[in-house]
Ligand binder design. Structure first.
Ligand code: PBG
Length: 325
């Protein structure tokens, strides 16, 4: 057999672990991760979310210990989801300084001033109808919702949130929130917009965790149709025009093409939201011994980076931080 054949020798660079590490193109760093936390009212509450093994709702007296653990593992960013006791038609506890998210933010920022605390800004956890905007006669009203969303964002900034992450998908929400923040003296607070958010079945377990299922209908008049790619370009472009500082694509794994598109069309940091269903499916398979959890998770994470994500929001954040040590 002739040794100097004319084909390429790709295997040359794969011969040893060190050589492979030296030519590795993408990396998942602990600093890339955003760790989500669910905060609830009460004391001594640590409820495991049934459809998300290893993910808990925690009351404020137990939340700092969890944050401490994450910080010790090197995590630099968290996102807070509030699960309030009180729901009403307009989601009033979303804009209350005594609301669960506002209190959690103040408490966590007091104890961990260097940690980046992101707050999810939406109405669905706070409204009795479970929609992300104002509902009248069964219709989800766009423009009347904007004012409330801006107020919710301002109250979160007032509580000390470092980044506002609006997830409601009303048209014009980035502009409304930017204007609200600027007028209230928070022009330095960035907006991490859920710019491209699909109406996805992968959110099922989150709705268990956040008690945010719509009581009637679905979210298909404001979240996107999974079949659409060009529409994602229009959504992202609108949010860039309106002043977004980060662009989130959600879910992540069935939408890697969209992450790549957003990466190539815009220069803002791109965030991949590795959603609840994506987490639960891996957990279920791993608990059955069907897949190797660490290998599967890290392969998924690096595929989001390869697609072009800068940051990854994931329920696996602490596990990854541990494996990265
Ligand atoms: C609220 C919100 C949702 C998620 C994040 N923020 C649920 C939804 O839109 O129904 C889903 C997150 C996940 O599944 O991990 N609007």
């Amino acid at each position: 057999m002739q040794e100097n054949a004319s084909f390429a020798r790709h295997r040359r660079l794969r011969q040893t672990p060190n050589l492979r590490a030296s030519v590795r193109e993408n990396h998942v760093r602990t600093e890339d991760l955003i760790y989500p936390l669910f905060v609830v009212e009460g004391t001594g509450v640590k409820n495991e979310v049934p459809s998300m093994p290893g993910v808990y709702q925690r009351s404020l007296d137990l939340i700092n210990a969890e944050v401490q653990e994450a910080v010790e593992l090197g995590i630099t960013m968290i996102i807070l989801f509030g699960v309030p006791d009180h729901k009403d038609h307009t989601g009033s506890s979303a804009i209350d300084q005594q609301g669960i998210v506002q209190r959690a933010t103040r408490q966590i920022k007091d104890a961990f001033p260097d940690l980046t605390v992101i707050t999810d800004t939406c109405l669905c956890q706070f409204t009795d109808h479970g929609h992300c905007g104002i509902v009248e006669e069964g219709e989800i009203l766009n423009d009347p919702s904007l004012h409330l969303l801006a107020e919710a964002a301002v109250s979160q900034a007032e509580a000390g949130a470092d980044i506002i992450a609006p997830s409601n998908m009303m048209d014009g929400f980035v502009q409304a929130i930017r204007t609200g923040l600027d007028q209230a003296g928070y022009s330095h607070v960035p907006i991490m917009s859920y710019a491209v958010k699909y109406a996805s079945a992968f959110y099922g377990p989150f709705r268990d965790a956040a008690h945010s299922s719509p009581q009637s209908g679905d979210r298909k008049t404001y979240q996107m149709d999974p079949a659409n790619r060009r529409e994602a370009h229009r959504e992202a472009a609108s949010d860039v025009d309106q002043g977004a500082d980060f662009l989130i694509v959600k879910p992540a794994l069935s939408y890697l093409d969209i992450i790549r598109d957003v990466r190539e069309r815009h220069d803002l940091p791109v965030v991949a939201y590795n959603v609840s269903g994506e987490y639960s499916m891996v957990k279920a398979a791993a608990m059955n011994g069907w897949v190797n959890e660490q290998e599967i998770v890290m392969e998924k994470m690096v595929s989001m980076k390869r697609a072009g994500a800068d940051l990854i929001l994931t329920y696996f954040a602490k596990d990854i931080a541990r494996w990265n040590r």
